[in-house]
Design a protein around this ligand. Structure first.
Ligand SMILES: *[C@@H]1O[C@H](CO)[C@@H](O)[C@H](O)[C@H]1NC(C)=O
Length: 442
């Protein structure tokens, strides 16, 4: 490490004891650190000089050099990943899914402790995030969640022995208590609920979009993708079922709605991907969900996919070892087929050189960086070239359960940053975007 040689233990201790007040003045520096004061202090001891601050510019290769690996991380035999900015703790069990609000300021998590938490991300580097808490009805375990209607409500899928239920909760409006630390609110109310939405089957993914295409009236719709082959669409404010589609394929893995609410696409462990169009009537309501296109080209099962923010392209990852970018902005009514614009090899291999397949995919809001996972490995790829920009391995024990980019930048101290969130084990991690010109082999 290009740091300093270790100072004597006595010196370190005196820095801890005497330095606390001094350190408080380095608020900027603090905001950039991980949350716990203790680890911040430990990290501080390894820094050559307390007033060397991280650069103010957007995160870049530069920042890398200024982030020392903390002693705490070394104690765990692990280096602090330079893109890791914060961790949301306090979950009592495995975090199974996460979802951002459209402004990026609210992050909902589904946790096996039967609680959904909606964190307020007013500052990414905060040490103490406020959240509102939803205790699910007894015996219901939230499996996935979607923040809807801006940020004021969430739809939760919860599983029980008799099948999955959907609940819509609105954010409680009661004023926060004034005692500072943790906001206490009245319990959130259930606005609507549906039970056995997919018979006995569980809901694998929930995804929300604001319908803005064509005559759509701007209401938020949610798709629940079951572990079978069916996918259902829901109108968020009314709870009305807008339609059901069947992939007629092997078994769903995930579904996505285009950001403008026009298309629904599913990865269902077959090579071809089905895409439906949600057709809106003149009064703005969703009329039907109609078969639209098939993406044909992969030679093996497509494991996950995502739309680009302009809703004109789909990116797919397949077990055939490749990723494809498709142009779906075609006149499919006139039988024009979606075109493959690019094919990339998946750049992730195990020790024997076998290509690993991605189980989650998420595209940054500017469309430039793809985040992808296999188990507990997280990769950032350049969406233009497919080149690996960075990799983080084993940051979540037992695999990553969900990934999402904040749809908009979020404040971090005095700047605004693009953030990726990942869930797994009992936490959510927040990551800065890698520099587009960085490269693993550089
Ligand atoms: C990672 O890739 C390997 C090889 O394709 C696959 O067997 C495994 O299921 C993948 N892991 C996950 C969690 O999808």
């Amino acid at each position: 490490m290009a740091m300093m040689s270790a100072p004597s233990l006595g010196f370190l201790l005196s820095v801890i004891v005497g330095g606390v007040l001094v350190l408080l003045f380095f608020a900027d520096y603090f905001r950039r650190r991980r949350i716990e004061v203790q680890s911040i202090l430990k990290a501080e001891l390894e820094k050559p000089s307390a007033n060397q601050r991280p650069s103010k510019s957007r995160p870049s290769a530069n920042t890398k050099k200024l982030r020392p690996h903390s002693q705490a991380d070394k104690d765990q035999n692990k280096q602090h990943h330079h893109l890791d900015v914060n961790t949301l703790k306090g979950h009592g069990d495995l975090v199974t899914a996460l979802s951002f609000s459209s402004d990026g300021r609210n992050l909902a998590t589904a946790c096996a402790d039967e609680v959904v938490r909606v964190f307020k991300l007013d500052d990414v580097s905060s040490k103490n995030f406020k959240f509102w808490r939803i205790n699910l009805p007894a015996g219901k375990q939230p499996t996935t969640v979607a923040v809807t209607e801006g940020a004021s409500s969430v739809v939760v899928a919860a599983q029980a022995l008799q099948g999955s239920s959907l609940y819509m909760y609105r954010e409680p409006t009661a004023k926060p208590s004034t005692d500072g630390k943790q906001t206490k609110l009245s319990p959130p109310e259930i606005m609507w609920e549906h039970h056995k939405v997919h018979d006995m089957r569980n809901v694998l993914t929930l995804v929300a979009a604001r319908a803005s295409y064509g005559t759509a009236d701007g209401s938020t719709i949610v798709a629940s993708c079951s572990e079978g082959t069916d996918i259902k669409l829901w109108h968020v404010t009314s709870g009305k079922n807008l339609g059901t589609v069947d992939t007629n394929q092997l078994k769903n893995h995930m579904a996505a709605i285009s950001p403008n609410g026009r298309f629904l696409a599913a990865a269902a462990f077959t090579a071809d991907v089905k895409v439906w169009e949600i057709v809106y009537s003149k009064d703005g309501s969703a009329k039907e969900v109609a078969k639209a296109m098939q993406l044909k080209g992969h030679k093996s099962a497509v494991t996950c996919l995502c739309f680009t923010s302009n809703s004109e392209k789909i990116i797919t990852a397949s077990k055939d070892g490749t990723m494809r970018i498709w142009n779906i902005n075609v006149r499919y009514h006139l039988d024009e087929d979606p075109k493959t614009l690019k094919v990339f090899p998946i750049p992730l291999h195990d020790a024997k050189g076998t290509v690993l397949h991605y189980d989650h995919l998420s595209l940054s809001p500017d469309g430039k960086i793809l985040a992808a996972t296999n188990g507990s490995t997280l990769q950032w790829l350049c969406a233009e070239t497919g080149k690996v920009l960075d990799t983080a391995d084993k940051e979540h024990e037992g695999g990553i359960t969900g990934i999402a980019w904040a749809p908009q930048t979020i404040p971090m101290g005095s700047e605004h940053v693009t953030i990726l969130a990942t869930s797994g084990d009992k936490k959510v991690k927040l990551w800065l975007a890698p520099d587009l010109h960085s490269s693993e082999d550089a």
